[in-house]
Design a protein around this ligand. Sequence first.
Ligand SMILES: [Zn+2]
Length: 122
Amino acid sequence: MINILKSFIITILVSTIFAFIIEPFWKTFIITTLLQFIIFYFFNTLYQGYIVKKAMELNIQLENEKAKSTVTLPCPSCNYIQQVEMSFNKTTTYKCDKCNTEIKAEPNVKNYLTTNPIYVEK
Ligand SMILES: [Zn+2]
């Protein structure tokens, strides 16, 4: 509420200054006030669009971070075991901490049929 009042006072002040500089007073005052409202309306619309875009980008980033997970993998060359941060939706390339070999790790998900015990009553 205070912010709205402050904005309104500033708008009136700017309009008054312009009205004193450019004659006639009331015509300039009304035109400057309207122009300020129009300019700020467009500015706010653009700014809101920017904020929404930024929020969406952050959300995508967050989803990507969520999909990441740490896996313990042995090096195929020297067998050194290390923690590798990888995503379950893409292939990860990393370097072995011991022998510096470049290694490619692919997410491998297995699925099984669950076996439910069958109870046969006699
Ligand atoms: Zn290695």
